[in-house]
Design a protein around this ligand. Structure first.
Ligand code: NAD
Ligand code: UD1
Length: 341
């Protein structure tokens, strides 16, 4: 069997860590990316970790002809589809960009994958499909989805539905949607990590950039939520754990004799508040972080974390790394970026 895995968005944050884990597991990942939200320097970082160059197919995932011609030439045993735009705020300002890239991109790669051969396919979904869970903080795959509040969230909601509809049309296809909770951290080598372009919106990059002196203060959005300490709670998962989940997802699909569309939560099963993350960062990295409380951020979910029973039962996967590991690795990565400047 071919060991080639086509990884769209493989130069990005989660994609690059998945390239490492696929390589470690004996696969030959191929990056399909046009670097619209990443930098070619990631290839050097990957070489440093893996010890060889990773094959690159430079291009747009919406170019179905490019993918079809690649799949006609090369035997590929799986496709992992990360390529998408991911900034919630930007998606409100530029909805068409998000529907075009995230929906058209998914349709394009699914067309190529399902028409050429029955290639196992893994889709990057998000816990954003749950919205604000009603009356419960821990969500399982059975928890009702809600209509998302942003075009970005809607593209994930729609993405899962597109895959489900495709499966109904051909129940021999092997498909999986992974609902990621909040990925944080970086590879422990500090050779790859998250490269936010512009001012980050997500918590961890803002913390590390504040620690590096790029921002004066972290603003903690909201201090009077009905949570353990008044700040919002999320399920923060180390990006390497998340990357390992993709290898397990692919292996599960490769073993299937008949078709499936599985939807699986990928988190740690544990919630942490914003203050708990800040304090973990301070303690592990032995430094004080400048922060202040600020008004609530509109649209923020108060508290959500994953029920991960299905991931354990189906994939034999569970997160192994702690918040402490993640904040240590995130800070190492931030320092390595600054050292290159
Ligand atoms: P990222 O922006 O770091 O990586 C995405 C990569 O895809 C980038 O390298 C970008 O250049 C590439 N890309 C985008 N559109 C493309 C196109 N049309 N053709 C070719 N390449 C294209 O993002 P990430 O954080 O690694 O996220 C990966 C996936 O996971 C996305 O689908 C995202 O929506 C999803 N997700 C991310 C998070 C998160 O917090 N990071 C949470 C839930 C889901
Ligand atoms: C955001 C997205 C969500 C996406 C997820 C993972 C929104 C509304 N939702 O969610 O769709 O799936 O990222 O990429 O943007 N915080 C601060 N100060 C900051 C930054 C964040 O206090 O400067 C707080 C937030 O209020 C939140 C927590 O930190 O309580 C986590 O924020 P963030 O990293 O943006 O993730 P999500 O809100 O979960």
């Amino acid at each position: 069997m071919s060991k080639k895995v086509l990884v769209t968005g493989g130069a990005g944050y989660i994609g690059s860590h998945t390239i490492v884990e696929l390589s470690k597991a004996g696969y030959k990942p191929v990056i399909l990316d046009d670097f619209r939200n990443s930098d070619e320097s990631v290839l050097k970082g990957l070489r440093g970790i893996i010890g060889r160059d990773i094959e690159l197919l430079k291009g747009d995932v919406s170019n179905t002809a490019l993918i079809q011609s690649y799949l006609r030439k090369e035997a590929v045993c799986g496709i992992i589809h990360f390529a998408a735009n991911k900034a919630v705020g930007e998606s409100v300002e530029k909805p068409l960009l998000y529907y075009q890239n995230n929906v058209e991109g998914l349709v394009s790669i699914l067309k190529a994958a399902s028409e050429e051969q029955n290639i196992p396919f893994v889709f990057s979904s998000s816990c954003t499909v749950y919205g604000e869970p009603k009356g419960q903080k821990e969500v399982s795959e059975q928890t009702a989805k809600t209509i998302p509040t942003s075009p970005y969230g809607f593209t994930k909601w729609l993405g899962e539905q597109i895959i489900e509809d495709l499966f109904h049309s051909n129940n021999q296809l092997r498909l999986m949607s992974l609902r990621y909770f909040n990925p944080i951290g970086a590879h422990e080598s500090a050779l790859i990590g998250e490269l936010p372009i512009g001012k980050p919106n997500n918590l961890l990059p803002f913390i590390t950039q504040t620690a590096a002196g790029i921002h004066e203060k972290l603003k903690i959005f909201g201090a009077d939520y009905p949570t353990v300490d008044g700040t919002c709670v999320r399920d923060y998962i180390h990006v390497v754990d998340l990357a390992e989940a993709h290898v397990k997802a692919l292996e599960f699909l490769l073993k299937q004799q008949s078709g499936c569309h599985e939807v699986v939560n990928i988190g740690t099963g544990k919630g942490s508040s914003v203050l708990e993350v800040v304090h973990a960062f301070e303690k592990v990295n032995n430094m004080a972080l400048n922060y202040e409380f600020a008004p609530n951020r509109p649209g923020d979910v108060i508290e959500i974390y994953a029920n991960v029973d299905y991931a354990e039962a189906l994939l034999g996967w569970q997160a192994k790394r702690s918040i402490n590991d993640a904040v240590r690795d995130a800070w190492r990565w931030e320092q390595s970026i600054r050292a290159k400047e």
